[in-house]
Write a protein that binds this ligand. Structure first.
Ligand code: BGC
Length: 355
């Protein structure tokens, strides 16, 4: 009996070894890039920059977009694991939904870079490349502070706030950054939130959907602003700002009697740059996706050559299981006065894209 057990153990060990060899069919030249959606301009640019820079560096690329559908993204990642991609670059849709597939990746010896959005609750996230997301919120908050002269005691002003998608860790970091500047003015009643809605669980818009922002703005205006105007709206990004402006326009804002409120954004989508030029949106935050792509490609190159990738932050991004070593790029304030210099002169857009 003892002999039989030993024999079985040896057989199963050999079998495991063979299976192990079978799984580790890693293609040293193949990189998987998983993007959330084509519906927002920035992810198209991120994907295109990553693909072209990776190809330039001599790699093959499997680039996939998941139409903001979590199950689609999971199955795209499963395919990348099966194909033997050596590195996965993942801009997640739901940061908490990838634990299972990332375990498969880790078992196959694949390294994972979380791109722009932190992947949560998994030990199998090796690196994170993003922008300084807290600073994005601070730039928005400081703009409102300056624009309304809050530091000199001006006010009260009527403000409403929006939050990004609740499954995206960035949404909470942007909000924390903006509130680090604005909360003292709310406490001092220089900023008055007539809806009383400030918590992320009531202000967050699922999927960063412009239509969701438009609906919520419609409701805020009809419930709170029939006999007064809203003076400032904190929007964490450009897609929500688009929905907010659509709602404001249908409520009659944008005239001499009822000017548009101060409105923030982020991404410098071409649609929103045009909105800034038209005076419908006050500012945006430029996050140069070319820089983020380059930093990420440099990381891929290091991993491919068994070198240690460069990071510049090892404390900020705790994903619930580990602090993920990160490289944070710098976000830049943008408005109607500097967009030509930072967006057109730098070659990010052609002047014609903004007409
Ligand atoms: C990104 C933003 C983007 C938003 C919606 C966030 O994770 O950091 O740049 O506007 O997702 O796609």
């Amino acid at each position: 009996m003892k002999k039989l057990t030993t024999l079985l153990l040896v057989v199963s060990l050999i079998a495991t070894l063979f299976v192990g060899v079978g799984c580790s069919k890693i293609d040293d030249n193949l990189v998987g890039v998983a993007m959330p959606t084509k519906s927002l301009q920035r992810w198209n640019q991120d994907g295109a920059f990553l693909e072209s820079k990776l190809i330039e560096a001599g790699y093959e690329v499997d680039l996939q977009y998941a139409d903001n559908d979590v199950a689609t993204q999971v199955s795209q990642l499963e395919n990348m694991v099966t194909k033997g991609c050596k590195v996965l670059v993942v801009a997640s849709i739901d940061g908490t939904a990838l634990k299972g597939v990332l375990q498969q990746a880790a078992d196959a010896g694949i390294q994972v870079i979380a791109y722009d959005r932190l992947i949560k609750d998994s030990a199998n996230v090796d690196y994170y490349t993003t922008f300084d997301n807290f600073k994005v919120g601070v730039i928005q908050g400081e703009f409102i502070e300056k624009e309304l002269d809050l530091a000199n005691g001006a006010g009260p002003f009527n403000m409403e706030a929006f939050g990004g998608s609740p499954d995206d860790n960035n949404a909470f970091v942007f909000n924390a950054g903006a509130m680090s500047i604005l909360q003292p003015y709310i406490d001092a009643e220089q900023l008055v939130v007539n809806s009383g809605q400030l918590d992320m669980d009531v202000i967050a818009i699922q999927g960063w959907d412009p239509a969701g922002a438009q609906d919520r703005m419609d409701n805020l205006l009809s419930a709170n602003y029939t006999d007064m105007d809203v003076d400032v709206v904190l929007s964490p990004n450009d897609s929500l700002a688009q929905g907010i402006v659509a709602s404001l326009k249908s409520a009659g804002y944008g005239t001499a009697d009822r000017p548009f409120p101060v409105l923030t954004g982020q991404d410098c989508d071409s649609t929103n740059v045009k909105m800034m030029i038209a005076g419908e949106q006050s500012m945006s935050v430029f996050k140069d996706t070319r820089t983020l792509a380059q930093v990420t490609v440099d990381m891929v190159k290091a991993i491919m050559s068994d070198e240690e990738p460069t990071v510049n932050d090892t404390t900020s991004y705790d994903n619930g299981v580990k602090v993920v070593p990160s490289f944070l790029c710098e976000p830049v304030f943008a408005d109607v006065n500097n967009y030509e210099e930072i967006l057109v002169d730098s070659g990010y857009y052609d002047a014609a894209d903004l007409q």
